[in-house]
Write a protein that binds this ligand. Structure first.
Ligand SMILES: Nc1nc2c(ncn2[C@@H]2O[C@H](COP(=O)(O)OP(=O)(O)O)[C@@H](O)[C@H]2O)c(=O)[nH]1
Ligand SMILES: [Mg+2]
Length: 194
């Protein structure tokens, strides 16, 4: 969180976390395509040749008012692949809220869990932890899931009973709903601190 009192701006950082290819970039692309250009900045995406996220994607959106301040939500994605651990740590610095984008396909179950544990470790490094930090769970790729895999994911990933939504990010389903929930969650938490 960063407050620019001269500009009456409240900057909040929301990070889309999750294993590689779960749909984090797709979420930001859809948000970018749907939000009035007056209320958002450019979508900055750094990609490798294989079109996987190398460092991060970034998008800034502006909504409403909080205690007379204009909140700007800085949305970031992390690179999910194991070897970008250092990038994830850097991106998580100063984080105010997290959207965990899980891949609902049955064979990604272990990858989801590994990524959630990685998030927990990195939150702890920042003085937070999953059980007190504002985060929401998006079960993405619902179109490729079986009823079993959704139930299994809820059991494995939602042991803390956080707000949970299913989504098909590639079709825009559940994307704005997830963002709204993440923003509400994050704002409720900062309200206590400003
Ligand atoms: N079938 C399906 N494909 C999806 C969905 N969301 C994303 N994808 C695809 O999954 C791939 C990886 O998505 P991407 O956003 O790059 O993943 P990231 O690594 O988490 O950023 C892309 O080909 C997307 O089009 C979804 O809900 N359903
Ligand atoms: Mg990506």
């Amino acid at each position: 969180m960063f407050i620019n009192w001269a500009q009456k701006e409240l900057n909040l950082k929301v990070v889309y976390y999750g294993p590689g290819l779960s749909g984090k970039t797709t979420n930001l692309e859809y948000i970018y395509s749907q939000i009035n250009p007056a209320c958002r900045g450019d979508l900055v995406t750094l990609k490798t040749r294989e079109e996987r996220t190398l460092y991060f994607d970034f998008l800034q959106v502006e909504f409403g008012k909080i205690k007379g301040l204009r909140p700007k939500f800085n949305l970031y994605t992390i690179p999910g692949q194991i070897y970008y651990r250092e990038s994830r740590r850097i991106i998580l610095r100063g984080v105010d809220g997290v959207v965990f984008v899980a891949d609902s396909q049955q064979d990604r179950s272990t990858d989801n869990l590994d990524s959630l544990l990685d998030l927990e470790q990195n939150l702890i490094r920042n003085g937070h932890s999953l059980d007190t930090f504002p985060w929401v769970l998006q079960l993405n790729k619902e179109d490729l899931a079986t009823p079993d895999s959704i139930a299994d994911l809820k059991e494995k990933l939602n042991f803390l009973n956080v707000p949970t939504l299913t989504a098909v990010a590639s079709k825009g389903k559940g994307v704005l709903e997830t963002l709204k929930m993440a923003i509400q969650n994050t704002v409720a938490n900062v309200h206590e601190t400003i």
